[in-house]
Design a protein around this ligand. Sequence first.
Ligand SMILES: [Zn+2]
Length: 232
Amino acid sequence: MLIIKTRERKRENPSHPKQRSPFKIRVKNSYKTTIMIRLNLQLCKCFKQISFENEITAFNRYVSSVNIETLVCPFCGAKHALSPFASYKRHLVTYNNNNSNNNNVAQDNIIIISRYICSSCKRTHTLLPSVIVPYMSFSFNFTVYLIYDYFVHKYHSVEAMCEHYCIAISTFYRILKKFKEHKQIWLGLLEDKLISNLSFVQHIINSSFDELEDFIIQFFKQNGSSFFQGTS
Ligand SMILES: [Zn+2]
C-alpha cells in the first residue's frame, strides 16, 4: 500500500533519503515529493490469498481493510493523527478475465480514492493500493500483461495488440521504454543484460500478490517512484 503525497517542491539534496522510521521512507525526486508508508505485516497477511487477477476486488479489499490507526503521517511522522478528509473519483483501466471466452479484456473502471488529513501537520495524503501506478490510468496488471503479450508476440502486430488493449501505439511505446528503463534500474547493468525482458516480465506475472507488493514497494524505496511511473 502506498500513501502518496504530491506537492510542487524544489529539488533538494538528491542523495540518499533520510529515514525517520522503518515504516516511513521519504524520497525526493525531480520536482515532487512522494511519500510512502508500508503497512505493518499483520495487515499485509490478509492479502496473501488475493490474486492480482481482479484488481478491482483487490483494490476494494485493500481500501476496506485499512486501519487508519496503524497509519503514520508520512510527512511529520505523527501517529493516530490521520482522519478521512475527502475522496475523489478516477479512472483505472484494468485487464480482467470477465467474459465467457476466457480472454482478458481492457476494462475502464471508476474507483474512489480516499484522502486523509493529518491533524498535526495539516497536510493531506492519498492512499494508493499497489495496483495503482501513480499518475497512470492503467493498472499495474494491465501494464504487465501488455508488455508480456508484446514479448511473446501474442498478436501479429503491435497495431493489433494495441487495438486489443484499446491504447494508442505511442502509449505502448512509452510504457515499453519505461519498462526497459526500470528493469535496468532494478537489476543493474550487468544483470539487466543477463536477464531477458521476457523472463523478467514472466517473473512478475508468476509472482504472488505478496511478492509483487514487496517488489513494488522496494522499487519505490530505491528510486522514489513506482515501477512504470512516468509514462504519461
Ligand atoms: Zn502530519
